[in-house]
Design a protein around this ligand. Structure first.
Ligand code: ATP
Length: 358
């Protein structure tokens, strides 16, 4: 096992409760895992406890099978990269990457060899003599990663490593991190509040909220089988509908979907619906027949064009909002316009009765 966190608890003086509340997980050697959650959820604190920068009030940390809870940060053999990990400004790229090796007393030849190898790995071989201010943000983060990798850590911890970069660079670095991981397979944990980043890069995702682990699973588990209402709402959903079980069906305004098993009539339910699970059948005045008994009517409140996608904000008969995303071509084909009435249908919904999920 690469990393084991066992029942970690952390309270901060003056804090209102537990910043980290009985957090346990196991990360396999060579796994790439995302710690995902909203701001203040406890992700950074967990990462700092793994690193040894913070000590837990309770619980243990094991790295490669060894209990390191009481081992100092310098002796944990960990590499870190933080969001704004400042490089040494007066040092070139090569000197920055080699710094950790120099202070460990490695020979000049050894430092040169490792630095060249890492600069090739992070695709910066040509820029070794530059200074940090002569690099782009994305290049600087790659230097920070090379520097973290230089001493040969067994674990790499990244705290929002791409958080400060613009969307395009973030996307490139994500792919690059995935490739780097395929080449090196160092056990890696990265913190992010960006669900897309977590789902597209990680082997597994740990979702945290209010100091607790909500779910641990593969990106598919998290997206397709959310364990809690929090996960369903945080990952991928922008529609939340309320309703109740009636006649064996979950009635969500004028829509109806399968009811959670065992939920009797009158049970209140919350449904989370992905925008692509809403089917927009057509404009009522132009559709001859309802294609299914489950189809409901809704009014188009707003059409928001975002690149080649159009976000369609609907209002159901009972005034609950519902958002659909379609391509521009599909919107043109359907002849959608604000103020029109349309037929909608739900292909899928994640239903929760309090904490109970199906
Ligand atoms: N040094 C500290 N002293 C007091 N409270 C702290 C300290 N560090 C974190 N906290 C509190 O602990 C809770 C968890 O914070 P943490 O930074 O771990 O969350 P996070 O999920 O990483 O959020 P973010 O994405 O905003 O960094 C928050 O309520 C925060 O205010």
């Amino acid at each position: 096992m690469g990393i084991v966190a066992r029942d970690l608890v952390k309270r901060f003086p003056g804090g209102s409760g537990r910043a980290v509340d009985a957090v346990s997980f196991e990360i396999g050697a060579g796994e790439l895992v995302a710690l995902l959650g909203p701001s203040g959820g406890g992700k950074t604190t967990v990462l700092r406890i793994l690193a040894g920068l913070e000590s837990p009030d309770e619980g243990r940390v094991l790295l490669r099978g060894v209990d390191v809870t009481d081992v100092r940060v310098q002796e944990r053999n960990i590499g870190f990269v933080f969001q704004s990990y400042a490089l040494f400004r007066h040092m070139t790229v090569r000197e920055n990457v080699g710094f950790g090796l120099e202070i460990r007393g490695k020979s000049r030849a050894e430092v040169d060899r490792v630095v060249s190898e890492l600069l090739a790995l992070v695709r910066l071989a040509e820029l070794g003599e530059r200074y940090p201010h002569e690099l782009s943000g994305g290049q600087r983060q790659r230097v920070a990663l090379a520097r973290a990798l230089a001493p040969g850590p067994s674990v790499l911890l990244l705290d929002e490593p791409f958080g400060a970069l613009d969307a395009k660079v973030r996307l490139e670095l994500r792919e690059w991190l995935r490739r780097l991981h395929e080449e090196r397979a160092i056990t890696t944990v990265f913190v992010t509040h960006d669900q897309e980043e977590a789902l597209s890069v990680a082997d597994r995702v740990i979702v945290m909220n209010r100091g607790k682990v909500e779910q641990i699973g593969t990106p598919e588990d998290i997206y397709d089988r959310p364990a809690t209402a929090f996960v369903a709402g945080f990952v991928g959903s922008i529609n939340e509908l309320e309703g109740e079980v009636r006649g064996g069906r979950a009635a969500l305004g004028s829509l109806a979907v399968h009811a959670p098993p065992g939920a009797g009539d009158g049970t209140s339910v919350r449904a989370f619906v992905r925008p692509h699970d809403v089917e927009l059948v057509g404009v009522t005045s132009r559709v001859e027949q309802r294609s299914s008994v489950e189809v409901a009517t809704a009014r188009v409140e707003r059409l928001v064009r975002v690149g080649w996608m159009v976000r369609i904000e609907l209002k159901l008969d009972d005034d609950q909002p519902l958002t659909v995303e379609l391509t521009k071509d599909r919107v043109a084909e359907l002849g959608l316009a604000e103020g029109e009435e349309v037929f909608v249908n739900l292909r899928d919904a994640k239903l929760f009765v309090q904490d109970y999920s199906i």
